[in-house]
Design a binder for this molecule. Structure first.
Ligand code: TYC
Length: 102
């Protein structure tokens, strides 16, 4: 900008820097009661896994207590957790799904 007096007035710098969204891992937790087939179905339905991948993840959770379902931005991760918890509850299974910041 020009100040009319021979000096130059600078406009505020436009912010161009972009912020990358924080990422969150969605995890399934093991329990003694949820049927294996139900967990496989959850992984296919909410995490777009094929039967083979879903079975591997389910068995990993069964053996290790916890397993990775995928990484998402906050809002997507939160939606997945809510969908899985609601679905498990509706089917009266104690399956737990949580998210953690990466
Ligand atoms: N442990 C369960 C069983 O033996 C199966 C299971 C796997 C449950 C993964 C939860 O996130 C889970 N029926």
């Amino acid at each position: 900008n020009d100040d009319g007096g021979g000096g130059t007035v600078l406009a505020p710098k436009t912010r161009f820097k972009t912020k990358r969204p924080s990422l969150y891992r969605v995890l399934l937790l093991n329990d003694d009661y949820t049927p294996m087939e139900f967990v496989v179905h959850v992984l296919e339905r909410f995490f777009n896994k094929n039967r083979e991948e879903a079975t591997q993840i389910m068995l990993h959770v069964h053996q290790n207590g916890v397993g990775d379902c995928g990484t998402f931005t906050y809002e997507i991760a939160e939606t997945k957790v809510t969908q899985v918890m609601d679905f498990a509850r509706r089917h009266q299974h104690p399956l737990q799904c949580v998210m953690e910041k990466k």
